[in-house]
Design a protein around this ligand. Sequence first.
Ligand code: C2E
Ligand code: CA
Ligand code: CA
Length: 709
Amino acid sequence: MPNTPEQIQPAFGTDPERLALVATATRNMVLVLDAAGCIEWVNRAFEAHTGFTLETIVGRQPGDILHGPDTNPETVLRIRQHLHRGEVFEEDILNYTASGAPYWVHTYCIPVGESESVEPGFVVIQTNISDRKHSERGLRIAASVFDRSHEAIIITDHSNRIIDVNPSFSRITGYAREEVLGLNPSILSSGRHSRDYYQSMWASIEKTDHWRGEVWNRRKNGEEYVELLSISRVHLEEPGRYFHVAAFTDITALKNHARELDRAANYDDLTGLPNRQLLEERIRCARQHAERQKRSLAICYLDLDGFKAINDELGHEVGDLALRTTAERLTQSLRSGDTVARIGGDEFVLLMHDDESPSVYQSILNTVNEPLTFADKPLKITASLGITRYPEDDTDAEGLIRHADQAMYAAKEKGRNQFHIFDPGLNAHRRQRRNQLVEIANALEHDEFSLHFQPQVRMVDSEVVGFEALIRWNHPEKGLLSPAAFLPAVENSHLEIPLGQWVLKEAIHQMNRWREAGEALAVSINISAPHLMDRSFADYLESYLHSHPEVSPGQITLEVLESTALEDTKRASNVLARCQSLGLQVALDDFGTGFSSLTYLRTLPVDVIKIDQSFVCNMLTDDNDRAIVESVIFLAQRFDHPVLAEGVENTAHANALQSMGCNLIQGYGIARPMPADSVLPWLTQWRSTVGQSRTLPELEDTANYGTGG
Ligand code: C2E
Ligand code: CA
Ligand code: CA
């Protein structure tokens, strides 16, 4: 049945058509109920909104068709009572559409009847208030967020006066809401932050409407705390009107936790001292400071003596006690700003400012030494202390610790309870030597070494009896280097034997080349004492000569320098004797320069004695040198050994030697050491100069091949 004004006509008295039109046209929902509260009529708005058509609901009670899951039974009951009593009432009701969608209506219900000259019943007018209900709900939620939030919230106006705070604010700060309304949040300030800090905070809010960061504040009870704060500026619709919402949480506990973590990462559990990581950090800072302020630092590495024994024999408990006690004592002995760290089992490092006098190091040892009792038993601890100083030792934190450690080892070597100060010069020297050795190994690999040869002459017939092989380094940058420039580095290094082997082989190769060219020349080869004493020296030589039958061993002389390595004279004798049995000659080089010359002369099997050039060069002007030369020649004659004198620079030298009974000479007067290629041409020239007479020509140091020593 269509819903038309005619239908409600009977219900109204005067001008019913117009009134009916109002009821039909209004956006409000209108229902007409009979005296029992059953639907007689509803308007279009009702039909449209609820989805029910009049014909399907006529005669039913609204409560029966509009209810749903959240319908409040009390509201239903109350409405029933109003209707029953025929009262006017107003009520907000949650209804449901035909399809089950909830909506809120404000219901106004008036009973009608005789006074309006109509059948008794009710006119119900409903306004949809869902939107209002929603926003009310939103506000309620917002309010409960504000109230229940775990975060403290402060709302301030545009001049930053507090408009409202929530309960969490009071919980965290200790201030009640009433105490702070109208005040500036700066009442919480701890004074820990600079003006700049707050200025940049406000600058950010001005620019981006937002700021977030950590702030140290103070509670009402004076206690400081850290909060993670976020401030937003909220603009209202009217321009220039805004307020601030500041929300914060107390992160003090979190910070403390972080500090705990930091402790675990930077401190030693047993003693509570900084660990290695923190120590390095502190050294880095101290180093920068010291550099700026032109001050010194001392890094002291302390290691307990015999700590393992304490642990093993007395147990870990005592070991721990010893460590803790040492830690305490060291801490007490330091001045403020200094650090003591534990960086290993029984290893401590002290970082001290200012250059310390050695008395300070001794007093550190004394502190550790103080007697200690454990379970009524006295326990004495001593330590070894290694010290390095910055800036004398100008290296990084790790290097400083390493150097102090090295010095500590040196202290240990001195015995217990000692200290030792690191010598950076010595270390620099070691480093330089290491670098040089790397370079030398490289040179060996790239064939940068060569041999030069210096002739040795027999005066009676001016015959060249041999050549001494002398090593040179054709350095790619520095040019030709003499042995003094690189042999000291090689001495006692892992390269000494490889280099010696190279010389040995190269010299023999060269002899072969000359032999192939028709000259069987004898060669003297310098052999360092460690090379000679190397277990495999004689074996190697033997197998080499065996596989090179073209080489005649009698043409080879080994020049051996008297040296501490020959102190095991028994072994030295054995080796030399084996070399002689292979057919080689042995020369005792630089005789007279060492301390055990006589012993060697007596015990070592040698064929030739060489007098060092330093004595020969000066013998004409220096009586001492002349005496040495004379005695060496005399001794050699007594032991029946030929003598060869080096350093013959002129005829006067040669004549003097000859008169003393020395017949073999070598020196710049005859020729400087020369490259292998120059040897045969030089020999030809020498022979032609000497001529048939075989007398020694005038000797003058003119033959300079640019290769002299
Ligand atoms: P050395 O065995 O005493 O060699 C003689 C040194 O005296 C050579 O120096 C030589 O050039 C120099 N000399 C020769 N005649 C004169 C002279 O009339 N006046 C002066 N002032 N000096 C003269 P060089 O070549 O510099 O060698 C120095 C040292 O290096 C050698 O002293 C030797 O101990 C060592 N050496 C050289 N080559 C080798 C080698 O291949 N192996 C080993 N282990 N040591 C070598
Ligand atoms: Ca020599
Ligand atoms: Ca010499």
